[in-house]
Write a protein that binds this ligand. Sequence first.
Ligand SMILES: [Zn+2]
Length: 284
Amino acid sequence: MGFTINTRHRLEQDGRAVERIASPAAHTGGTFGQTPHILIMHFTYGASARSSASWFQDPDNRSKSSAHVVVDRDGAVIQCVDFDTAANHAGQSSWGGLTSFNNKSFGIELANWGYLKPGPGGSWTSYTNVPIASPFLAAHKNGNPYRPSDAPIGWEPYSPEQMATAVAIARALAAKYGVDTILGHDDIARGRKWDPGPAFDMARFRNQVLGDRAIDGPNTLTVRSPTGLNLRQGAGTEFAMIEQLADGTQVAPIEQRGNWLFVNVLDEEGVAQKSGWVHGAFLA
Ligand SMILES: [Zn+2]
């Protein structure tokens, strides 16, 4: 699938601009001060890419939300905000010592109903009562949006067509702007947002987009440093320290850059609690 980004910061598929339903300027943060290298993945919690793109234009949309592109369940894509402009997709957000991700990241929305409601006989529906035949059953890594907080609940799966388009767009963003960090909305707005959620295979997505800079599988490494290991905001000692990880801390590597690894820091149950960069020499 041939996605590229043209000089007007618009997405093209096979050399032709994709459909555009522009979000109004009032729903954006204006031109980026600095080109972002971070991509945030979302689900829309909605019926279609078109309905979400329309919502981004709606005067009743009080939060003035928007995103750069929305990918539909069949893989079709609509661009709403040009890639040189900050979209209102992140809201209040923090991660790795950074805040306010609207002006630090690109946002891709995937049309998806997100977390589902339990119905009779083990069935699951969207909050609008659309039945989802084969939901993905899992608990959210940050705790579910509703009780029970730690038991598996239903989530709408993402289709292969939708994922293929998302991967291709993310690759185009990496090629054009040097995107090297991919996070979920649920990573930067923990406890407030649940997208893209457990049905989105983030490790696989990162691997497909970032190639050999990403690391396969859920392998776990252990911090081996009696004096602790610095978790940093970037791949180098020049980046600010987030915190010091104690000897014995378990981490799951996601991406590699030189000697540095981007890792999820795991709690005693193996649940990711935070992310950042560490020097790989102190992991075993
Ligand atoms: Zn979101």
